[in-house]
Ligand binder design. Structure first.
Ligand SMILES: Cc1ncc(COP(=O)(O)O)c(C=O)c1O
Length: 423
């Protein structure tokens, strides 16, 4: 029996399902114990090129020495004091204001779910309205207002598809779910209910279903309609923020939301998230304001130190260049391989993110992705794992390249993909 099995058995005795986050139980269930740069290592010492990247945080690669050094330095000064303002927290806020187009003020919390929760509460407070719009295929965290309609069964599309028991029905009712990239559906909803909406929240690139690129006219329609109807537009850049650009996807596409949520890559693997946006909105969250924003661990010095180090590295122009160049190399290489093997595949992605859907295009919304061959998607990844390439063996999940990945890693990955498909 491998060490991973032994650990799983042990964990299951004390932890329901053996893991503490719903998406971590996958087949094969491997226990990883070490991570460095582009690689992760299992309990048995086997090395894998890591593209799962913990769902996205280590954009510089695992255990980046500069990030860890800043974390150690911070730990030698303090763990958590938790009162008053802190110099480094303010420095990081200044960096975010400098980079993210919509950010005039910033507040820090620990997870993306907290950030989207706060964004929606703030939107409801400033508009005095209850209803929000989200899109099929987008994930924004585990709270009731948004935990629905991500990877839905075909018969659930067009209906509410809550992901957990125990969610409050009134909260579910207040969320309208629309198809992504569908300007007509958005127009119709605004015509009917625009003046009852508090917020529209979206992943500007829905990466929770791999990579669906937004049509520019779709994002523009959202911007125009929300402005016209006094609705708060929230870009959830928990995945795209810092990974695609320090200014988030909004800085690339040139459409500025009212609020933005950040998480994952902003601290390269340490827990930190943020809510940022227009000053007139964010001021409601100040102490004594009408919107309560608090947390014992908010702006934890470890996350702040890690994030400052991460920003400084990503500010070097070569950083995103490297991520984008390797992403392109991977996508082009995969397209060649699938063509040579005569496999119907759509290789999607943006920057450092890539995913192979086993279907012909288009891939414009979640409904299109129902054509993906799920068995092939998952079984192909299981074969790659056996060969030391770690892509999460779960339908529609994206892959991430980091600054630590090299051309040689990409080429080795492509060789193995070719080999696996040849067998
Ligand atoms: C776009 C997006 N928003 C929010 C979240 C929630 O973040 P967290 O898991 O840190 O609560 C996630 C997590 O995957 C996400 O992908």
């Amino acid at each position: 029996m491998s060490q991973s099995h032994t650990i799983f058995d042990y964990a299951q005795q004390f932890i329901p399902g053996g893991v503490s986050s719903a998406n971590r139980l996958v087949d094969p269930n491997i226990s990883f114990t070490r991570a460095e740069g582009a690689y992760i290592y299992d309990e048995d010492g086997k090395q894998y090129i890591d593209y799962h990247a913990a769902f996205g945080p280590p954009v510089l690669g695992h255990c980046h020495p500069d990030v860890n050094r800043r974390v150690y330095e911070e730990l030698s000064r303090q763990d958590l004091i938790g009162v008053g303002s802190s110099q480094r927290e303010a420095q990081l806020a200044e960096k975010i204001v400098g980079h993210i187009p919509c950010a005039e003020k910033v507040m820090f919390c620990n997870s993306g779910s907290e950030a989207t929760y706060a964004a929606l509460r703030l939107a409801r407070a400033v508009t005095g309205r209850r209803k929000i719009v989200k899109f099929q295929g987008c994930y924004h965290g585990w709270h009731d207002a948004v935990l629905m309609n991500v990877i839905s069964a075909p018969d659930k599309i067009g209906h509410k598809d809550p992901i957990s028991a125990g969610m409050t029905p009134e909260v579910i009712d207040d969320t309208l779910v629309l198809p992504f990239n569908d300007v007509e559906a958005v127009n119709a909803t605004f015509e009917e209910a625009g003046d009852t909406l508090a917020a529209v929240i979206l992943e500007p690139i829905p990466h929770n279903i791999g990579c669906v690129l937004p049509r520019p006219e779709f994002l523009q329609a959202l911007r125009d309609l929300t402005t016209r109807h006094g609705v708060v537009l929230i870009f959830d850049e928990v995945i795209t923020g810092f990974r695609h650009a320090l200014g988030g996807y909004q800085s690339i596409v040139g459409i500025t939301p009212d609020l933005t949520t950040l998480g994952k890559a902003i601290a390269n693997g340490y827990p930190l998230a943020a809510l940022c946006g227009r000053e007139d909105l964010m001021q409601h969250c100040r102490p004594g304001g009408d919107v309560f924003f608090a947390g014992t661990f908010n702006a934890h010095p470890v996350g702040i130190a890690a994030s400052l180090a991460t920003v400084e590295i990503l500010e070097q122009p070569t950083s995103h260049e490297h991520l984008f160049t390797l992403g392109e190399r991977m996508r082009n290489g995969l397209r060649d391989i699938y063509a040579r093997h005569d496999i119907a595949a759509t290789v999607a992605g943006f920057g450092s993110v890539f995913v192979s859907y086993f279907m012909d295009g288009p891939a414009d919304n979640f409904t299109d992705l129902l054509r993906n061959d799920v068995d092939m998607f998952v079984s192909h990844r299981r074969k790659l794992i056996e060969e030391g390439i770690y892509e999460l063996p779960v339908n529609l999940k994206r892959n991430h390249i980091s600054l630590a990945h090299t051309e040689a890693d990409v080429d080795r990955t492509l060789e193995i993909v070719d080999k696996v498909l040849s067998n």
